[in-house]
Design a protein around this ligand. Structure first.
Ligand SMILES: Cc1cc2nc3c(=O)[nH]c(=O)nc-3n(C[C@H](O)[C@H](O)[C@H](O)COP(=O)(O)O)c2cc1C
Length: 354
């Protein structure tokens, strides 16, 4: 058994290595989660945009490949308020992009996927994973209690000390401290006065605020980042971007190619794909929309930009694909999930056990 400086996360999640493969809606797969689980980490499925039957299918597929701990992940965002003026302005802004990329008829601004609810809770209870994790807060109290009563471990992302405290007071068993470097959507959910903190500043703040294992996330893409997270007081890490260019990831080929070529100096937050800030590799669309802030509420924009993102990826052009990636992008190579995971463990161990 490999030695880690902190065993709390391995004990809580029933894993051998305190490394969570991040749940990534639109990227993570049963194959990816199973490989990580079989290698001793926590494999995760990003289920936020799946139907109830889709969640059951992918959980069953993962189970067929691995009997290790599994994490099912969902969004708990506030339901959007529809605003006709914002919707019209967004569609007008997008029209030239639809024309340029031949993306077809622009859909209405509408809610294509929903926050975690009672129906999905039943599905999770049926799938019975070791872990359920959440982004943008937690489900309502009764649903958290149902999951906990079934013995499911609850994780959620915090971007401030106050969010971490809020999550633990409402039942989270461990907190993911998600720094600004992270790829994809930043998980903030409480009002904030300043900018989003980086992982280096956020992790010790969260460690000093809550009395549970803290998982560092954001910009960690090799063993050095993992060792640093332990030095900051984290009990483990959650890694996303490093797994995106693997054959087990289902992001588009152009996303993988752009990621492997990226330096890490070339990412930015963009609200223009979904209506919420998400870190992407800079492309023409994100750059052109960088100053626009009055988008329809998350996740309404996802429905409108979907054909644009698909058309851009189909044409193998990075122009309007949501190229989610963290600031660790410069460390990403084309490797298998197994190789990525094993080298994370090996590199971290060689630094930590010096
Ligand atoms: C492509 C992509 C999709 C993501 N989707 C989700 C998601 O569905 N749910 C979630 O909780 N976090 C999601 N995240 C954020 C990750 O959980 C994690 O915080 C992040 O990947 C860590 O930073 P890193 O990308 O620098 O490793 C996503 C990240 C990426 C890169």
């Amino acid at each position: 058994m490999t030695h880690w400086p902190d065993s709390r996360l391995c004990d809580l999640l029933d894993i051998d290595h305190p490394i969570i493969q991040a749940p990534m809606a639109g990227a993570s797969t049963a194959e990816m989660a199973a490989v990580v689980g079989n290698a001793g980490g926590l494999g995760s499925l990003g289920c936020a945009m799946m139907t109830a039957s889709g969640v059951l299918d992918v959980a069953a597929k993962t189970r067929a490949l691995s009997n290790r701990a599994l994490n099912l992940n969902f969004f708990c965002h506030k339901s959007p308020i529809e605003d006709a003026k914002r919707a019209k302005a967004a569609q007008e802004r997008l029209k030239p992009w639809f024309d340029k990329l031949g993306a077809g008829v622009m859909p209405d601004v509408s809610e294509g996927h929903f926050p975690f609810n009672a129906e999905i809770c039943e599905v999770v209870l049926e799938a019975s994973p070791k872990v359920a994790s959440f982004h943008f807060g937690l489900p309502e109290e009764a649903l958290v209690l149902r999951l906990k009563d079934a013995g499911i471990v609850i994780l959620s992302s915090a971007t401030t000390g106050a969010e971490a405290r809020w999550l633990v007071e409402r039942g989270a068993d461990a907190v993911i401290a998600q720094g600004a470097e992270a790829g994809g959507h930043n998980g903030w959910f409480l009002p904030r006065s300043g900018e989003v903190a980086g992982t280096m500043a956020l992790v010790p703040r969260v460690v000093d605020t809550v009395d549970c294992p803290v998982i560092a996330a954001g910009g960690i893409a090799d063993g050095r980042g993992i060792a640093a997270a332990f030095a900051l007081g984290a009990a483990g890490v959650q890694v996303g971007t490093a797994f995106l260019a693997t054959p087990e990831s289902v992001v588009s080929d152009i996303h993988k190619q752009t990621l492997v070529a990226a330096t890490g100096d070339d990412t930015q937050f963009s609200q223009a794909f979904s209506g919420r800030a998400a870190r992407t590799i800079v492309n023409d669309y994100a750059q052109a929309m960088a100053t626009v802030t009055d988008w329809p509420d998350f996740p309404l924009m996802n429905t409108v930009t979907a054909p644009l993102r698909v058309a851009s990826a189909k044409a193998n052009r990075p122009d309007a694909v949501s190229l989610w990636a963290g600031q660790g992008a410069g460390l990403v190579n084309e490797s298998t999930t197994r190789d990525v995971f094993e080298s994370l463990v090996k590199q971290a161990q060689s630094i930590l056990n010096k």
